[in-house]
Each structure stands twice: as C-alpha cells, then as structure tokens.
Design a protein around this ligand. Structure first.
Ligand SMILES: Nc1nc2c(ncn2[C@@H]2O[C@H](COP(=O)(O)OP(=O)(O)OP(=O)(O)O)[C@@H](O)[C@H]2O)c(=O)[nH]1
Ligand SMILES: [Mg+2]
Length: 243
C-alpha cells in the first residue's frame, strides 16, 4: 500500500522578526528629545471597524496598568494618557487622535479632505502627526483613502506606520498563541501584500491584537502593542528633531 504524506508548511521554525517580550520601560521613560515639543501627536485613520479606537484603548490600558474605559464614539476625539507612576509630568507625552473610519461609496465616516485638513492643521501648528493605518482580517482592498496615504508623506513629510489588527482571528497560529506571530507564514504574506499595495516598507507594519473582550491585561497582547508604540515613538521623535 502506498502512502502519500503531505506536509503543510505554515510556520517558520525561527521567527522572522525578533521582539522583546514584556518591555514597558521604553515607552514609560520616553521624553521628546526636542525640549520645545511637549508631546508627539499620533493620528489614527483607516477603514470603519478596523480597530483604531480599540488600539487607543489598548495603549491606554497598557500604560495605565488596568483596563481603560472604551473611547467614546465620535467623529474626532483626542486622547491623553494619565501617568499612574507618580511622574510629575502627569501625562504621557503622547496625544492620540481618533477619527471615525473611512468608507468608500457610503455616507459613513469622515472624508479624505477632512483628514488632510486636520493633518495639515497640525503640521502648521508644529504638532507631530504620525499616521496609523489599520487592516482587519477581512480581505484587504484599496480604497480611496489609500491614495491619500501615498500622498501624505510627500505633502507633509510625516512618518507613517501601519497597524495590522485582528491577528487573533487571522490564522490558526496567532489564534492559539500570539507569541508565535512572527512564525506565521500567513501573517507575513498579508504584511507583504499590504506593503506592496500601499507602499509601506515591511519594517513600518506591525501586527497586533487589540483588547476587545478581555477584562484583564495580558503580556502577549501588551508586548505586540508596545512594540508598535516603540516604533511610533522612534519615528515621531526623528520627525520632531527635524522641525
Ligand atoms: N478580535 C479582535 N477584535 C478587535 C480587534 N480590534 C478591534 N476589535 C473589535 O472590532 C470592532 C471594531 O473596533 P473599533 O476599535 O471600534 O474600530 P474603529 O476602527 O475605531 O471603527 P470606527 O470608529 O467605526 O471607524 C469592535 O467590536 C472591537 O472590539 C482585534 O485586534 N481583535
Ligand atoms: Mg472608532
């Protein structure tokens, strides 16, 4: 009797990107390197339901060490994060701006022109705006706002990162263990697709799982979000040095 063995190679034996699991200090200790800048301003935009508000909530929960109250639903909301570590500054030097998602062909969400004006306004005020682009496990397709993404660095020189949300639902590997995210061939392929379709370099794309139904903090969720935040801070700090 003959036997055919099919091996499904869906995982890398070694992770293709390394990450420091459980490192909160970098974000906690960050101070803008340019004294005249009080905080980095981070603007999140992307499609409806991609997880922008959840990302802000997740960051807030992790930095405060406890679950944060969900962000209010509104077209534009700015969030500061209070320090719980007795630092005399009182707040983290990060301001996260949440805007309602963009959706093509409907009247839902904000329009690209609003975002452009918002961003240009911040730039004029010498604020930093770092952009975040979210993506869910649903099939990725180019929307009008992707064109905007491609134009914005040219218009403003503002750094951008892409946050890939919902990885806990994206593939079996991340569903069973978030720690294995950089072992997953599926996640890597999705990141490569994203990179080639919107022109983001791979090292500006970060897969995360946001807090959504958890009642307690989890080290693995925290680590992926903190890793993304560390790069957002680094890119933002490089940008303010040039202002
Ligand atoms: N499983 C899972 N659910 C998520 C994740 N991120 C967000 N969600 C859920 O997805 C839904 C939409 O998330 P939101 O954060 O409201 O999305 P948004 O981008 O702010 O959407 P708009 O404000 O409508 O543009 C909510 O039910 C979240 O709980 C994630 O990483 N994993
Ligand atoms: Mg939202």
């Amino acid at each position: 009797m003959s036997c055919v063995t099919i091996i499904f190679l869906s995982a890398f034996t070694e992770p293709w990107r390394t990450i420091s699991w459980g490192d909160l200090n970098y974000v906690q200790d960050y101070k803008p390197s340019k004294g005249s800048v009080k905080h980095l301003r981070v603007l999140l935009y992307g499609p409806v339901g991609a997880g922008k508000s959840s990302f802000i909530n997740s960051v807030s929960s992790i930095l405060r060490g406890r679950m944060a109250i969900p962000a209010a639903v509104s077209a534009y909301e700015t969030h500061t994060i209070e320090r719980e570590d007795g630092d005399p500054d009182g707040f983290y030097p990060l301001v996260l701006s949440d805007i309602m998602g963009l959706e093509d062909g409907t009247n839902k969400g904000v329009c690209t022109e609003d975002i452009k004006l918002t961003m240009m306004g911040h730039v004029m005020d010498k604020y930093l705006v770092t952009l975040s682009h979210s993506f869910s496990h649903k099939q990725f397709k180019l929307l009008k706002w992707d064109t905007l993404i491609l134009q914005l660095p040219v218009l403003t020189g503002i750094p951008q990162v892409c946050i890939l949300t919902h990885i806990d639902e994206a593939c079996g590997i991340t569903e069973s263990n978030l720690k294995d995210v950089y072992h997953s061939k599926y996640i890597k392929r999705k990141m490569e697709e994203m990179s080639s379709s919107v022109g983001f370099p791979m090292n500006c794309i970060f897969p995360v799982k946001n807090y959504n139904e958890e009642t307690k903090l989890n080290d693995d969720i925290d680590t992926l979000i903190l890793d993304a935040l560390r790069y957002i801070i680094n890119f933002g700090d490089d940008f303010i040095k040039k202002l």
